[in-house]
Each structure stands twice: as C-alpha cells, then as structure tokens.
Design a protein around this ligand. Structure first.
Ligand code: ADP
Ligand code: MG
Length: 222
C-alpha cells in the first residue's frame, strides 16, 4: 500500500459500467471514500446509485477503469471475498438480504460463515437484536415481519458481520419514527465509515457530512 493511500478505503478511477452495450450507467466515474467519512449519495431514480454499490461489492463485474478497495485492485470474483467480509451492504430490498426461516438464523448466518463458535454467535444475535430494539425477536418468522422490521433485521445481518464500512441503500424507508431514530443513533455511535443512498434529507442531515450527486454516470461533489 502506498504511503498516501492509508486512509483511502474505496477508490474508483474512470470507472464505466453498462448492463447493455451502448447504454452506460456509469461513465468515467471517480470516487474516493476515506476512513471515517460519512457520505450521502444522491441522484434521480435510475441514475446508477445501486449499481455503484453493487460494483464495489463485486456483485457486478466487467467494469472498465480502476476499482481499489482496502488498497488492492479488485476485479475478479475472488478479489471480493475480503471486500465482502469488511464492507456491509444493506440491500435496497430487504427480501434480497433475508433468506432464513427465522430472525436468529438470518443474523447468525454471517458470523457462522466467518467461523465463529456457537456461543459467540448466540451472543452476537442477542446483542445485535438489543442494539436494534428487537429484543425477543429470535424466533420470529422472517417473511412475516413488517417492512420496517425487515429493514432492521436486514441491518442486523450486516452489523453482525462487524464490518468496517457500511453501504446503505435507502435504509430508512418504511421505518417509523422510533426505529428511524434508533437507526440514526446506531450510525452516530458507531465509528464506521459509510455511504448512504437516501432521499430523506432530514436523515442525511443527521448522519452524513459530505454529499455526492450522481448524474449522467458521474459524481459531483457538493
Ligand atoms: N440488472 C439490470 N439489467 C439491466 N438494467 C439494469 C439492471 N439493474 C439496473 N438497471 C438499469 O440501470 C440503471 C441504474 O439503475 P440503478 O443503479 O438501480 O439506479 P438507482 O439505484 O440510482 O435508482 C437504470 O436505468 C436501471 O433500469
Ligand atoms: Mg437504487
């Protein structure tokens, strides 16, 4: 790692991506996320915000340009194993995140895969639910939860991995005020770096201090 890049977590240079030929979604996009930054990502529907998150996580391949995460170039599938361990993506749609029968199993899934012991995992599940204000939700059936509850459990599956960076794709849609405030407090009390896609300006005002606008396939600082 170069001497000047120690604080750079994510760096995109001249990144272009298209789902279909001749219809680029991202065009020569440059972006840097430094350690400790709390960033808003704004942009019209369809401007490519979710696409950008998915590229960073390696869920989409075949971009052009340079994508460095944690100081390493990331291009092929195996490059992203470390990225997915250290960055937590909250999907725009909770149903893409939750796939286990019960809440406890969904939250336990990631830590188990990291090789944690049964005791550790049980503790992580309990602690995660407490942080989210969802004490006692262990045996609740995931698909029967309300939209807001699913949102929080989805965040729980991300936090249970103890990530260093969060990518949050429209996190507070469907949350009531109590749970939204809880979400705000979790972010404020964490020392995580994060990027948040949201259209909720009050929320962004509370939890971020730097803004980017995605339009025409590129980012503008604001
Ligand atoms: N899997 C896909 N296949 C083809 N086009 C897609 C796919 N996903 C998204 N798109 C298109 O790419 C553009 C950017 O989408 P997206 O990143 O979801 O935008 P945003 O999150 O900013 O609303 C949109 O025009 C969308 O229709
Ligand atoms: Mg989106």
């Amino acid at each position: 790692m170069g001497m000047v890049s120690n604080n750079i977590l994510i760096e995109l240079e001249q990144v272009s991506f298209a789902y279909a030929p001749l219809r680029p979604v991202l065009r020569d996009l440059d972006f840097i996320l430094e350690k400790g930054e709390h960033v808003s990502l704004l942009g019209a529907n369809g401007s490519g915000k979710t696409t950008l998150f998915h590229l960073i996580m390696g869920l989409l391949m075949h971009y052009s340009g340079s994508l460095r995460v944690f100081g390493e170039e990331r291009r092929v599938r195996k490059d992203f194993d470390e990225v997915r361990r250290r960055i937590g993506l909250l999907f725009q749609d909770s149903d893409d995140q939750l796939f286990s029968p019960t809440v406890a199993e969904d939250i336990a899934f990631g830590p188990f895969n990291l090789g944690k012991s049964r005791e550790d995992v049980l503790w992580i599940v309990k602690e995660t639910l407490a942080v989210l204000g969802l004490e006692g939700f262990e045996d609740r059936v995931t698909y029967k939860l309300s939209g807001g509850e699913k949102r929080l459990v989805a965040l729980g599956t991300v936090l249970a991995m103890r990530p260093e960076v969060l990518l949050l794709d429209e996190p507070v849609i469907g949350l009531d005020e109590e749970h939204r405030n809880r979400f705000v407090n979790i972010l404020k009390e964490s020392n995580l770096s994060y990027i948040i896609i949201s259209h909720d300006h009050d929320f962004l005002e509370e939890v971020t201090n730097k803004r980017y606008l995605l339009g025409g396939g590129r980012l503008q600082g604001a």
